[in-house]
Write a protein that binds this ligand. Sequence first.
Ligand code: GLN
Length: 380
Amino acid sequence: MQIISKQPNVGTTIFTVMSKLATDVGALNLAQGFPSFDCAPHLTDLVNFYMSKGHNQYAPMAGVPALREAISEKTANLYCVNYHPESEVTVVSGATEALYAAITAVVCPQDEVIIFEPAYDSYAPSVELNGGIPVYISLEPPHYQIDWNLVKEKISPKTKLIIVNTPHNPTGKLLTKSDLDQLANLVQNTNIFILSDEVYEHITFDGTPHLSVMMHPILQERAFICGSFGKTFHITGWKIGYCLAPKALSAEFRKAHQWITFSTNTPVQYALADYLKKPDFYLELPDFYQKKRDKFIDGIKDSRFSYVPAQGSFFQNLNYQAITEENDYNLAIRLTHEIGVASVPASVFYHQKNDYKILRFCFAKSDEILEKASARLSKL
Ligand code: GLN
């Protein structure tokens, strides 16, 4: 048998590569984005409770109604936008599925999809598997500002979708009101959809609020908004997220979702529906993660790295130009071996592997890990 790869240029993700290497050599893993600490015991108690009560069979395709209602209520409270739980909120198995289902729902062969780079690794392959063509717009450090005139130039009659991500992985940037206004001006009176990856919606710093794409009416009517409970409740391994979109878009989204996973695990949905009733946890998240960002930054303030503090997400990029000329991939591997600190080379987030001498560090780690890692980095 011969298999002709549909993704000949795709290998193992950098997150898997770096996490395996970190485990193999016993390094501190600041590479893959997941917390080194556990979720609240109350949340696991709730899952146990619902499992022992027999909620162990298929959930409804679109999600357990109580959870859809809780998501709709949280969204209305935070962003003053109403998504009907029955027809506009869909629970899925992680934001990765939400992204894939949204792309599958709208992208036809030869459609163009605008992707800003650096970009999360699943966007382009999801577009290509659907026969779409990624149209890349490359953003440059240190400010990764979007040039909306350039976006205008890249829009063609074939443009079907624009993907945005705020707070942004890997740069930690937030989209501003002006960004949203300019995006809205470009897509108004077109048939272009927006896919907004907002998995870090609850992780923003220095008092800057997260501006959701749904807050702009021209964007909201054409947007799929993807969220993930993994980031918000320290449960990346539970793989549960959701998509918010107007009724007609949600209907197409659900057609894709039902062939990808059909439905998402039941007891976790019931548990989250209860847990979401208390907003304290996610409202305290900015403060919790800002302390971690600041601890990490404070630890490397006397080092030779340069940086712009992350505005959101749980990633801090460090520029190492003053330390070595080495390419970022080799350096990330070498530092994992030699000083026992694993990171992600930022070039992997560009399709042409642009090397700006930047490493991405995840600071969703215990204070002890952050202190050890920053002390080792400071010696370079
Ligand atoms: N989102 C996480 C990161 O950026 C990793 C997710 C994954 O491993 N696929 O590190």
